[in-house]
Design a protein around this ligand. Sequence first.
Ligand code: PLP
Length: 489
Amino acid sequence: MKAPAPHPLSHLFHPHHAAAYVSLMRRGVDHLADALGRTRRRPATGTTPEQAAKPVVDVDLDRPLLDADAALEEMSRLYLDDAVWFHEPTYAAHLNCPVVIPALLAEVFVSGVNSSLDTFDQSVGGTFIERHLIDWTAARIGFGPGADGVFTSGGTQSNLQALLLARDHAVAAGHDVATLRVLTSVDGHFSVQKAARMLGLGDAAVVTVPVDERRRIDVAALGPALARLDAEGLHPMAVVCTAGTTDFGAIDPLLQVAGLARAHGAWLHVDAAYGGGLLASTTRRGWLAGIECADSVTIDYHKTWFQPVSSSALVVADGTHLGHVTWHADYLNPRPLEGDVAHPNQVDKSIQTTRRFDALKLWMTLRIMGPDQVGDYVDAVVDLAAAVGEHVRDSDHLELAADPQLSTVVLRYRPRGLSVDNADRLTPLIRSTLYERGAAMVAATKVDGHAWLKLTLLNPMATVADIVGILDEVEAIGAGLLDAEEGAA
Ligand SMILES: *Cc1c(COP(=O)(O)O)cnc(C)c1O
């Protein structure tokens, strides 16, 4: 006999359905744990876009499965079986981290309770958990008691909001929008350019400054660049320093740049999306010396704090600047009446309205693990990159683009005698072959117009031997490609 169909409302998260909730969530967790057990040492399966698209678009969404187990099986086939796993030591491509389990515990509550952090009356304690984390981060940065900030969807949004505040600050000071310029190094993140576009400043508003031999913004070039703007009647509305560039992990000389920015009346934004995890390090916090001089700082907890996406923050030294994004809506966050205490509404500081309670993930991480352990994870990947860098430097077949600074290693296969042109040609082939084999994933980048491979190391469990294994594979593929070419010639 067929079981009776469940009541149509039984899908809602509700006290009447608590048993069904627990049972379904347990099945989901078991399903994921099973998949986790099957991924061993293969970060990817090498699936092509065509192969990935076909089974998905073939699903008729108007013909539901009406069965959770069947839907889990289907989801595995369409997605999970070919997912890219960031916990595998042979995943070394982009700035994705393996995530910590305390944050996953929090995720259950973030989505189950589904608080929205825009107003106090939708989040209650959540508002203060977010605020306390912002205050804690601000204190780690070295900001004073006037600091404030807000969680955002990522570094891109944090940078956008920082530049929005900088723009409105400059306009409030009487500068004409058409004269506003943003300075960043040639290795600054592309979200700076995108922000300038979105803010209506135009592509020409971003002035890129060369980097020094360690790929940090060249202070000797920044001074003259600022002076040139002054001479042309333009205003440097912001200088964006990067604390951990995406390719080289370079940390711009924050103190020196801060002095120059201040002398020219520019807002100093520090994009620490990548390097921000050093705030938790018990041994390398000093690498961020000068960050306390910033007007605003971007921190991506979903990179070097091992948090699930999304988790990021914009922190500002003077919280009153956040008023540039405040708008009072009668239905949501009305302007307080004369004599009334303002409600603590986070929407007043955010460019989002409805907003996930992502802060709870970092909260549970700090409460269960403590910040020192997060910092130890960061130290582990920085140590790993240094050791891998040594290995590459000592290799006869590999070339190192620059000494590792944070946790990336930029290198290429180039045995003695191989021309740069040939290395440029081989490098993308080596990368795609690695991906197709599913044995390892590395990133590609260009340095001064030439092709390089990049390892981004964010897995504190990966060993030097794991990463050297990837490099051995790179060498073997490179040698195989050269052999095949010689055979064909
Ligand atoms: C990753 C990154 C960003 C963008 O952050 P998202 O969270 O991906 O939006 C910005 N700046 C730097 C330096 C980054 O590494």
